[in-house]
Design a protein around this ligand. Sequence first.
Ligand code: SF4
Length: 656
Amino acid sequence: MPDSHLPPVEDLLSVAVNAVGGSERQGQITMVKAVQRAIDEEEHLAVQAGTGTGKSLAYLVPSIRHAMASDTTVVVSTATIALQRQLVDRDLPRLAEALSKELPHEPSFAILKGRRNYLCRYKATAGWPEEDEQDQLFDPREVSATGRMVQRIQEWAEETETGDRDELVPGVSEQAWRQFSVSAQECLGAARCPSGAECFAELARARAGESDVVVTNHALLAIDAMGDIPVLPEHDMVVVDEAHELVDRVTSVATGELSEGSVALAVRRVGRLIEQPIADQLMEAGEDLKALLAAAPDGRIDELPQVLGLTLALIRDTSARCVTALGPRGADKDDPDRAGQRKAAFTALDEVHDAAVRMLEAYGHASEADRAEVVWLEAGTDRRPPMLRVAPLNVGGMLRDKLFGERTVVLTSATLALGGTFDGMARQWGLGEKGWQGIDVGSPFDHPRAGILYVAKHLPQPGRDGLPQQYLDEIVELIEAAGGRTLGLFSSMRAAKAATEALRDRLTVPLLCQGDDSTMLLVKQFAEDESTCLFGTLSLWQGVDVPGPSLRLVIIDRVPFPRPDDPLTSARQRHVAAKGGNGFMTVAATHAALLLAQGTGRLLRAQHDKGVIAVLDPRLATARYSGFLLGSLPPFWRTTDPAIPRAALKRLTTED
Ligand code: SF4
């Protein structure tokens, strides 16, 4: 249907807003027009839209309109399950109903996840190569816990209509779920699979292909863009919500892993299918790797030690020999069990082989500026052995070619304009100077009136040895002034726990710490009991949405720079510096600015919210980069005078 036969996007927005009982907001109207313009001009758009803008309606309305006008599907990608749920369970059903009379048909939508998220009917019934139960589980309590989960999945498998893992509440461990799911590479393909006709993943894909809007996650979006085989329905427009997470999620998808466990799995899978001596060669290479990694220090590996190079080359060559011995891919068409076993073996061998090749190639350039990937060793834990990882230093080129090159992309989040400009994020996404626009549609909140940003300039700089006593004293005084009601965002779990331990006896209000229970339950308790405080780290910086009087004070212990020994960010920083850029500002300060903006964004969640953000780290007021960090935050009223936040919090306590 030609575009002109559909109502203008502003009218559709107005119908939608009325239907959901909201009021028109300027930022939302600006955003809806900008998204429509991006669609019309086929130009990428980055939109910073503060909390309360109603940004999901502002992109869904023009997306649905575009899907109908061009008889296509629009993909909406999120970083978190919480937002995915909000879109599919709340926003889209209400919107579809509201717009059904205005549009040629009721808008349809579907959710699509990676294949691993759906129950594989074939694996659940026919069984698969029995390799997985051999995965090392030494603790008998874990073995029986996994056994109980397996039984629960079996019972659920009988009745589920979607096969979606997220339906299982409470959730099940990866160990248990793996026995009922396959990766896209392991899947036999619907045409060859005996359960193909009723396959949950295939049904979800078919539903998605018929829908106007498909909601997915950044990982699947990346797999679709990077892979040779499309996993998402054909589409010419993508909306990336929570776009500040895109680079991290794409990097995760593009990260390769190699450990004694992954080699052993490949050996187990291939062992029954080829001559034993060939599989044994790979097994021996895996044992060499095990001995090497057990003795090596963890962290970034800047120069490839000769012996590790030889072992990686051995793994590369012996896994390639196993692949050759397996014979042509796609054989055994008429024997699904054997085809399944071979597919599983190819997948495990390919993973091992490709990781070894990438790790060797990562050192192909002597100059740091020319390197494309970084390799590091992640220390082992009680549950898993040490692991080598390889990740790209930059995903911008890949995003530019594969995502932005093919379709119109709208990226949105409450925090995209760092230091007041979109350039930093655009560089990470691989967008050049042309072909995109960035707009900040603001926020409906009156930040200077509703919030105080207090930087404790008089405190010492944070050190390496835990929280200074002055920090603890400051926290106590602020919490007492606020009558509890405090979210403490710490830069590490260790700091959050240390603060909780030191302060529990000094405070008269209840204090919860992340890790005491599931984060979801802790946040619920924090929201329901007004005087309660909650301390924690990373996931709380981004995931807490507690409007109202239960949250009046956000305390941030230090500017959240990445840890100096973080292998990926430190390698990225060095890489930028080697190319002549400012590695600190481009990587570390940008990372800190994004998290600070997310963390301070926890304070104002609803129209009448008020309160204080207290940053204990004086560098936010004194360091040379403080202007950039402050320029990334909403325009709170700022002070360094300790008396002001205390007085304001006391006033708020009486008002509430
Ligand atoms: S098509 Fe693939 S995912 Fe679906 S049931 Fe068969 S093997 Fe499992």
